[in-house]
Ligand binder design. Structure first.
Ligand SMILES: Nc1nc2c(ncn2[C@@H]2O[C@H](COP(=O)(O)OP(=O)(O)OP(=O)(O)O)[C@@H](O)[C@H]2O)c(=O)[nH]1
Length: 513
């Protein structure tokens, strides 16, 4: 072999090596491309059948090693389809967004959704729906499903907790009905009936039970009104009787007096005539003996008439006196009846201003006094501190130990509150487990100390329920009347302070300037 041949062989060998390397590289590239196409077609799979078919063809062409020239129509076809798919995707995206928003809003309207679920839902609807791709909807849908679950669970708990009460429950109406029943003052003889109705309301907020309870209360009210009306009618009848008796006494007296005065007039006339005739006869008398006999006889008759007249006058006076006494007695009876009735009426009014359970002034009485104090403040600008007081976690007392225990607690706390304030302060039961205190002449800056005393007094009451020692605390929110206030704005400020006391841990006083 010549050098030249050797050289050519070497070159050929090198060329073959390069070609092999190129073929290997190309094969590798085709493999990568077909794997990519396979992955792409798998990820697009299911979106559109025609596109799926095209992608399958493309994959098998790549596997077979089809000429690149032949891929071109396949790729064009797929591009058009992908473009169409893009439009379909974006329409789907819009529709998905709309249906998530709609179902979220619908969920918001569902009653009894737990507070954390409600908050999560509000945030989701307000801030999380601005997504660009369909995939981003997945965590949102996941959240929405969680909130739906929470809502369903809470509904299911309510239903299984009280299986006998049925699904139509209305705790708000129950609370309002109870508060109204607590505002009313009933007579002693219906106290037990009222107590059992209140118990029913607090144990059961089923609409049917509430309706029956409301009817029960209305029946009792109607009965009391009828009784009150009857007693008013009775009073009027007896008043009328006494007036009639009085009237007939006066008529008797007048008649009697008139007949007596007729008799007296007759007698007076007789006496007058006698005196006149005596006068005439004395003129005519001719002798002393005749005159004496005449005067003697006439004087006897005259003196007996005079005695008769005196008797008659005395009898007249006595009869008149007796009659006046009778009339006086009747007037006294009348006066006593009217005074008693007035007393009853004012007791009734007083009762209307008193809370039946705690015997503290009620909300109506507070409103009166509050407006009065406000009016005085407007005129005199004196310091008046207003405090709203609320028993902490009172619901749990009712829930754990029963409504009667709750009632007793309210009575004990009301008494303790009344004892721990000044005589000049005014405390009322505002409703439920809420009390209001007015402290005239007390600047807010100096109110903290006496209010602390009120708070610790209540905290140290040794309550015991079902053999268990229980500590009960109160929260207080206080403010002072200030220039430009209305009763409402002052009250709202005290209420805000109470809210702050509750939110910052309860068993405390918050002041609001
Ligand atoms: N026993 C009884 N309970 C009453 C009366 N008036 C209102 N209530 C109950 O008082 C409870 C008040 O509960 P909430 O308003 O939830 O307040 P709370 O449990 O005291 O909790 P916080 O105020 O947040 O500390 C409700 O359960 C009412 O039914 C009443 O005259 N007697």
């Amino acid at each position: 072999m010549t050098d030249n041949t050797e050289h050519l062989e070497k070159k050929l060998g090198q060329a073959i090596k390069v070609r092999k390397a190129l073929e290997t590289a190309r094969k590798y590239q085709v493999d990568v491309l077909s794997q990519f196409a396979a992955k792409l077609s798998l990820s697009c799979k299911g979106q559109d059948v025609a596109l799926d078919n095209q992608l399958a063809k493309f994959r098998s062409a790549l596997n077979k090693g089809m000429d690149f020239e032949e891929f071109s129509p396949l790729i064009d076809n797929m591009s058009t389809m992908l473009k169409k798919q893009e439009a379909v995707n974006s329409a789907n995206h819009r529709q998905l967004l709309q249906s998530i928003t709609d179902s979220g809003k619908q969920l918001q309207r569902v009653k009894g959704l737990p507070e954390d679920g409600r908050r999560m839902l509000r945030y989701l609807l307000d801030h999380e729906l601005d997504v660009q791709s369909t995939n981003e909807f997945i965590p949102i849908l996941d959240k929405l499903v969680t909130i739906y679950n929470k809502a369903l669970q809470s509904k299911a708990t309510v239903l299984t907790d009280t299986p006998s009460s049925g699904p139509d429950k209305n705790p708000e109406v129950a609370a309002e009905l109870l508060a109204l029943a607590n505002e009313l003052i009933f007579d002693e003889d219906v106290a037990n009936e009222v107590k059992s109705i209140k118990n029913n309301i607090s144990l059961n907020d089923n609409v049917d039970v509430l309706l029956e309870s409301a009817l029960g209360i209305v029946r009792i009210i109607v009965k009391s009104i009828a009784r009150e009306r009857q007693s008013a009618q009775g009073f009027l009848v007896s008043l009328n009787q006494t007036l009639e008796e009085l009237h007939s006494s006066i008529i008797d007296t007048t008649k009697n007096s008139r007949s007596m005065s007729d008799e007296l007039n007759g007698l007076n006339k007789k006496i007058e005539t006698k005196i006149k005739s005596l006068n005439e006869q004395t003129q005519k008398a001719t002798s002393m003996t005749e005159l004496k006999a005449l005067v003697d006889g006439e004087l006897k008759i005259l003196s007996s008439d005079l005695v008769k007249r005196e008797k008659l006058e005395r009898a007249d006076k006595e009869a008149l006196f007796a009659s006046f006494e009778k009339i006086n007695d009747r007037i006294n009876v009348l006066e006593t009846k009217v005074t008693n009735y007035k007393k009853r009426l004012s007791e009734q009014r007083f009762k209307n201003l008193l809370d039946g359970l705690t015997k503290l002034p009620n909300r109506a009485a507070f409103d009166d006094r509050f407006n009065q104090e406000f009016h005085l403040f407007d005129l005199q600008k004196t310091d008046v501190t207003l405090v709203v007081i609320d028993i902490d976690h009172f619901k749990s007392i009712n829930d754990q130990y029963g409504h009667s225990a709750g009632d007793k607690t309210l009575q004990v706390i009301a008494r303790a509150l009344k004892k721990s304030i000044r005589k000049s302060d005014f405390i009322a039961r505002y409703g439920g487990e809420e009390f209001v205190l007015l402290m005239p002449g007390m600047p807010l800056g100096q109110a903290k100390q006496p209010l602390e005393k009120v708070r610790t007094t209540i905290k140290s009451i040794p309550f015991k329920f079902k053999e268990k020692q229980v500590q009960i605390t109160i929260s207080l929110g206080a403010t002072q009347f200030k220039e430009g206030d209305t009763p409402l704005s002052a009250f709202d400020r005290a209420d805000d302070a109470l809210y702050e006391a509750k939110n910052s841990g309860r068993d405390r006083i918050c002041l609001r300037e």
